[in-house]
Write a protein that binds this ligand. Structure first.
Ligand code: WTA
Length: 652
């Protein structure tokens, strides 16, 4: 828990009640809270029926007879892709724009629901021809191009399981994910655009598949042409997307699958070195993402133009670019590149150009824009915006106010949404027409979601008190497990409080009972809204021959929320030759190569000792003090009390 957050909570007293426009339609929304409170399961059953098309209606809502393994709508059958595509066309909305896509260099594609449906049907036929069927795993390693969505939906249409790997992850990380899920097919691109350059993806796939002598599970690599960069070709294994898709039938009938059919695996960092494959299934997941997308963003599918800036490689891209918005028939903007290419007003230019009404982004992005100054967004007409969302990390009140004032013209509600890869969908958030907004607070659980804050021994805390965030009742989009590791699923989330889900976040109630998130309570860091594991980066560092021991901490950072800071003991013989600065540079490059650029430490300190307790546990708290330039805290439990003096001296 950072002091900063507590300070915000104690001193932030600004309040923003819903404007008249929003409040006008709020009676119906208020009723949702009442209905859900009266009959939670009945409420979700009603949402599932109203928001989705069921090929076979369900008669059971929740089966919690084998906790923590939930089944929602268990005897129902649906097709997720049909819900996101065909049914909108059949309802007469085929001409509605699904995607206004723009590439970083400025190339554009506008794709209607009819066109997107046609593309996904062809892609489904192509994947089926490559032997993909229900239950098979397909790895997707693509830039933010329409084919990323088309590929995900084609996999879903066949009842297969996708595992999207963020394009910024290294060949090593990709291979670990391919192996864990035993993927049969990889869908990638030659390259994608980022900061004005083409970054190679196919080359990383080639490297991933030949990393070890052991053959991988992959039989084919399907390559979208995007970057135009040269690629190597393995005949018999590699196929061009455009060649293959030209040869398949354009009709494809979506078959129903059970509600609990797996939809995707998404790897996320935990407290150990090995990422967890979070498993989500179909009916409950789609119900909650569609519901939350509609309510949190006050969605008007006929008129809104929505834009979620997350990469599809993260859960926000899954739930709030692909599944929620498409299930709701939303028109959205999809942008391939970085916010500052070719100029720092790129996002605002896109909002003006497409008349974006709803923007969903991360506090890190907002803080970066704040630093650049308000004159940049002020050059553009942002008056189309009517709802702003925030996700991924706590938003500090200053950034919240700036977002509302500068981007939202002083009137637009900002909703701060708390959730996780594991929860699948938004769990805690204000609703624009109903909630009086408090800058910096995620505020209230959504209708149908039961949240509490408890002490370490599980006792619920009262108002104005802090503790650990738990979910007290199963929810439709909850993870169904960790791929291949049911024991780790139980241990990580359920062992601590039995029947309540332990999220790993600290939180407090304020005097009104609103929820303020305080940051992770475990060894998971949050850098620019991306989850990273201290243990994973430590094991990457110690895998380098120069390193004898390493400790990693998340130090608070003005822009990125937290930053990775590493303390490393080198093997004398190896590092002396390199020199301290060079050693740090080599190790930063090493982590980038092993995990990806997002994990690259901001700083690496070469030290001669690490602070440990008598039982040998590294005291990260003390290292965080050093990394954040603070007075060093209580050192009485250290095995060797001089270590911190020694470290401070080395760094001086
Ligand atoms: C953090 C991203 C404060 C939190 C959707 C959580 C937040 C982790 C918020 C999940 C928020 C996410 N306020 N903290 N509004 N949203 N977090 O799995 O620590 O990438 O546990 O999912 O991000 O990160 P993940």
């Amino acid at each position: 828990m950072t002091m900063n957050n507590i300070d915000n909570l104690l001193h932030e007293s600004r309040r923003f009640p819903p404007s008249e426009v929003f409040a006008a339609g709020s009676a119906e929304t208020r009723r949702l809270y009442e209905e859900a409170a009266a009959d939670r399961e009945g409420f979700w059953a009603k949402q599932a029926k109203e928001l989705l098309h069921w090929h076979k209606p369900f008669t059971q809502t929740l089966d919690w007879t084998n906790p923590p393994f939930a089944k929602w709508f268990g005897d129902g059958e649906l097709n997720v892709a049909y819900n996101c595509l065909d049914r909108h066309v059949l309802a007469g909305n085929g001409d509605r724009v699904a995607l206004h896509w723009e590439g970083e260099p400025g190339d554009q594609r506008t794709i209607t629901y009819a066109e997107l449906t046609a593309e996904v049907k062809k892609a489904a036929n192509l994947l089926a021809a490559l032997g993909i069927g229900a239950g098979d795993r397909v790895a997707i390693y693509l830039p933010v191009v329409p084919e990323a969505l088309i590929a995900m939906l084609a996999v879903a249409r066949l009842g297969a399981i996708h595992s999207v790997v963020f394009g910024g992850f290294s060949a090593e990380s990709l291979r670990a994910r391919i192996d864990d899920a035993e993927a049969k097919l990889v869908i990638t691109a030659d390259g994608g655009y980022r900061k004005g350059k083409v970054f190679p993806l196919k080359a990383a796939v080639d490297a991933a598949l030949t990393l070890t002598d052991k053959a991988s599970s992959v039989t084919n690599v399907l390559v979208v042409k995007r970057g135009g960069n040269d690629v190597e070709w393995t005949h018999g294994r590699d196929l061009w997307w455009h060649d293959e898709i030209a040869q398949v039938d354009s009709e494809h009938t979506a078959k129903p699958f059970p509600a609990e059919n797996p939809l995707f695996i998404l790897y996320t960092s935990g407290t150990t070195g090995k990422p967890k494959g979070i498993l989500h299934t179909s009916g409950g997941y789609l119900t909650q993402v569609a519901f939350s997308h509609r309510q949190v963003f006050d969605l008007k599918p006929e008129t809104d133009v929505y834009w979620c800036t997350a990469d599809v490689g993260w859960v926000t891209g899954h739930s709030y670019t692909v599944y929620g918005p498409l299930a709701n028939g939303t028109t959205q903007v999809l942008y391939e590149g970085t916010p500052d290419t070719p100029h720092p007003g790129r996002w605002w230019e896109l909002i003006q150009k497409y008349g974006v009404t709803t923007l969903y982004t991360a506090p890190t992005a907002i803080r970066t824009f704040m630093k650049l100054g308000r004159q940049i967004p002020q050059e553009f007409d942002l008056s189309s915006l009517r709802v702003l969302g925030s996700v991924g990390e706590p938003i500090n009140p200053e950034a919240w106010i700036w977002y509302r004032d500068v981007i939202g013209g002083g009137e637009t509600p900002v909703v701060d949404t708390w959730w996780q890869t594991e929860t699948g969908a938004i769990m805690v958030s204000a609703l624009p027409g109903v909630t009086t907004l408090k800058p910096g607070s995620a505020q209230v659980p959504l209708p149908g979601i039961s949240i509490d804050i408890v002490t370490d021994d599980g006792t619920p805390v009262g108002k104005d008190e802090g503790g650990l965030l738990v979910v007290t009742e199963p929810w439709p989009a909850m993870l169904r497990g960790i791929w291949g590791d049911p024991e780790r699923f139980k241990e990580t989330y359920w062992e601590k409080f039995g029947d309540r889900y332990f999220a790993g976040d600290g939180a407090r109630y304020d005097k009104d009972g609103d929820i303020w998130l305080m940051g992770r309570v475990d060894d998971v860091m949050n850098v620019s809204g991306h989850r990273l594991s201290t243990a994973e980066i430590e094991s990457s560092l110690v895998a380098h021959p120069m390193v004898a021991e390493a400790a990693v901490v998340g130090a608070s950072d003005e822009t990125t929320g937290q930053a990775v800071v590493a303390f490393v003991i080198t093997r004398a013989s190896q590092a002396d030759a390199a020199g301290k600065d060079d050693a740090a540079a080599v190790l930063r490059a090493h982590v980038t190569q092993q995990i990806g650029a997002i994990a690259r430490p901001r700083q690496i300190f070469i030290v001669s000792e690490l602070p440990k307790t008598r039982s040998g546990k590294i005291m990260r708290r003390l290292l965080r003090d050093v990394a954040e330039g603070r007075e060093i805290g209580d050192t009485t439990t250290l095995a060797d009390a001089n270590v911190m003096t020694l470290i401070s001296e080395t760094l001086r």
